[in-house]
Ligand binder design. Structure first.
Ligand code: HEM
Length: 421
């Protein structure tokens, strides 16, 4: 798909193209009143739910806490392994889950609860992907795959059992939390949402809040960890890019001999941002946007979109368009620097669309700013702490494996050599 067509639809006719088709099969069956942000149709309820994202703040303490846990996990895995070989993908996902669950609930969960929630979430995603045929042939799938279906419903109940006590406790303590403003969370914002329904205003019920928190955790962890994995894999494949990045970090850090690259320093690093953007261009975690639809017939750049048609936007294809990106299959962050074809890229798509890993228009990912910050911060710190080296005989392969997000087909392995400052 060409960027100007996507822009004509998602940006220039943003309200018309902000609609979602009605949820199907698995999503409908699992969703309590279908109140998740991504499935809610464009309108006042959706607007209220989106607003809850504004109160999620990524405080520096939270970021550093998650980073230290990540570095510790990578260090222990590399020390325990032969030749410091580490398979970091799951370690990344767990670290990001830890961080995003803090932002979601506003407090550290007990370790046993944290990992039980993750296990239920991962189980739900994997079953939902397997049962997605259910969306086309609901009756047949219920008969043939009933065991999986029962398992899915059980996992969803398990999530209720784990999260409802947290929701109740947070709700009881809410006044105290608001008063001392310790760590404002997504959950706090959801607890005060009031939906306007035909006859009355009402608060969200607990099962809806479980769905929304579950969506938050999935949407943030799966995408960001997939992106991080692809960026690090490319840095292993291309040591000269990694060296250039480390040189930029060293020049910004100057006389500061801290082991931690802080947020203020990260903001000054243009090559770091270019590396992250190149990762998102070359390997966007979502190959398609979530489906959009229109309530009435629309014309876009000469194409007629009939009322109710499901419109899919091809994100990955756009990032590989040779007419826009020179040697599009190469991982070359320099294209986002001065004079490159991606210089000054506007990720929101308002000034034009060359790539859109986060979508564009009204449905633009509400976690975009947070995801960019987390990726830049984590990538900078990971290459500052370790030299990421390819393992001889177990080279990184960049083949893709479709799923809820697009991951790596072959396990990603690297040797982590601690850097001395
Ligand atoms: C690298 C990381 C991420 C990528 C690539 C990404 C990408 C996307 C994409 C492509 C969409 C669909 C847009 C559309 O349908 O037009 C989306 C929607 C969404 N994302 Fe993200 N996302 C990321 C991180 C996050 C984070 C960190 C959060 C939460 C903190 C988040 C929450 C959401 C939500 C709730 C939606 C649904 C929005 C709506 O339908 O209005 N995402 N994201």
């Amino acid at each position: 798909m060409e960027g100007h067509v996507a822009q004509a639809a998602l940006v220039h006719q943003s309200s018309a193209f902000a609609r979602r088709p009605p949820p199907l099969g698995t999503s409908r069956a699992l969703g309590s009143n279908v109140h998740t942000v991504n499935m809610t149709d464009y309108g006042p309820h959706w607007r209220l739910l989106r607003r809850a994202f504004a109160s999620v703040a990524l405080l520096p303490g939270a970021r550093q806490w998650a980073l230290e846990a990540l570095v510790d996990d990578l260090t222990s895995a590399s020390v325990a392994a032969r030749e410091n070989e580490v398979s970091p993908s799951e370690i990344f996902a767990r670290a990001l889950f830890r961080l995003f669950s803090l932002l979601c609930f506003g407090e550290e969960l007990e370790e046993s609860t944290l990992w039980a929630v993750r296990e239920a979430q991962v189980g739900i995603i994997s079953l939902a992907v397997k049962l997605s045929v259910f969306n086309l042939l609901p009756k047949i799938v219920l008969v043939v795959f009933w065991r999986r279906w029962v398992q899915l419903v059980r996992l969803r109940r398990r999530l209720d059992d784990l999260l409802i006590p947290i929701i109740r406790a947070r709700s009881r303590n809410q006044l105290a939390v608001l008063r001392c403003r310790s760590m404002p969370s997504y959950l706090d914002a959801l607890l005060v949402v009031e939906l306007e329904e035909e006859v009355r205003r009402r608060r969200l019920i607990e099962e809806e809040i479980v769905n929304l928190c579950s969506e938050f955790l999935n949407a943030s962890t799966e995408t960001t960890s997939a992106a991080l994995q692809w960026i690090m894999a490319n840095l292993v494949k291309q040591p000269h890019v990694q060296d250039k990045l480390v040189a930029e970090i060293a020049s910004v850090m100057g006389a500061n001999k801290s082991m931690i690259v802080g947020e203020e320093e990260v903001k000054e690093m243009e090559y770091l941002k270019a590396v992250v953007l190149e990762g998102l261009r070359r390997h966007p975690p979502a190959h398609l946007l979530l489906p959009h639809t229109v309530a009435e017939e629309r014309e876009v750049s000469g194409y007629v979109i009939p009322e109710g048609a499901v419109v899919n936007f091809a994100v990955a294809e756009m990032g590989k368009d040779e007419a826009v990106w020179k040697e599009a299959m190469e991982f070359r962050p320099e294209r986002f620097m001065e004079g490159g074809e991606g210089e000054g890229l506007d990720l929101t798509g308002v000034r034009g669309i060359k790539m859109m890993p986060f979508g564009a228009g009204k449905r633009l990912c509400p976690g975009m700013g947070m995801a960019m910050l987390v990726l830049q911060y984590v990538v900078a710190n990971l290459v500052w702490r370790f030299r990421w080296v390819e393992v001889a005989g177990k080279e990184v392969e960049l083949a893709e494996e479709p799923g809820l997000t697009v991951g790596m087909k072959h396990p990603f392995l690297a040797r982590l050599v601690p850097r001395t400052l």
